[in-house]
Design a protein. Structure first.
Length: 201
């Protein structure tokens, strides 16, 4: 009787992933992101998702002009083996950003957890994935504030206070729900808030 050796999938570090990009094995057309060492196919975005994300980036860019960096659908680095591309990130204007033009901000590397004030995902088809895969990843990485624009239930899910339970699972101790006409304060900026009616499609 034939026996078969167990097959172990190849898992990539962030450095491996960057090398694949440099060598041309991965391009922008591949639409993948690195999650816990695996290359994950990114889901195509429908019109409601696109409208919501575009509005979110626009509103926050206006609010935060000169005070923080707003990035839309760009990578963040979560060592040792994740580089997701959230729909929105608010990052500090770190040292190299202050000395460089807007086009060169974070030229030396993508934002890492120490740089990040907020990660947000816009979710319809990806809702379960954003809640069950990305949420614990962001919590484990120490992302203090995680928002999910839940287009299925038409609400904003706001997660804060990342923690690890006794079984080693990561999550957020606090979850708040805001309806589409609410006004929500921005993490790190107590004087600024976003009107959700200008964001939800």
């Amino acid at each position: 009787m034939a026996t078969f050796a167990a097959v172990t999938p190849k898992r990539f570090t962030v450095a491996d992933y960057h090398r694949l990009i440099e060598l041309g094995f991965l391009t922008e057309n591949d639409r993948v992101e690195l999650i816990r060492g695996e290359l994950m196919q990114m889901v195509a975005k429908g019109t409601p998702h696109t409208v919501c994300n575009t509005s979110l980036v626009y509103e926050l860019t206006i609010l935060l002009q000169g005070r923080a960096i707003v990035r839309g659908q760009e990578p963040i680095t979560l060592p040792p083996n994740s580089e997701p591309e959230p729909d929105l990130v608010i990052a500090y204007s770190r040292g190299d950003c202050l000395r460089q033009s807007f086009a060169k901000r974070y030229l030396s590397g993508h934002p890492s957890p120490a740089d990040i004030l907020l990660v947000a995902e816009v979710a319809d088809a990806t809702l379960k994935y954003d809640q069950e895969v990305k949420l614990p990843l962001y919590a484990e990485s120490g992302i203090s504030d995680y928002w999910i624009f839940n287009l299925v239930a038409s609400c904003l899910e706001v997660y804060t206070q990342p923690y690890q339970d006794l079984q080693g699972n990561f999550g957020y101790a606090s979850k708040q729900i805001f309806l589409p006409h609410a006004v929500v304060n921005l993490p790190g900026f107590p004087d600024l808030s976003v009107d959700l009616s200008k964001v939800f499609p």
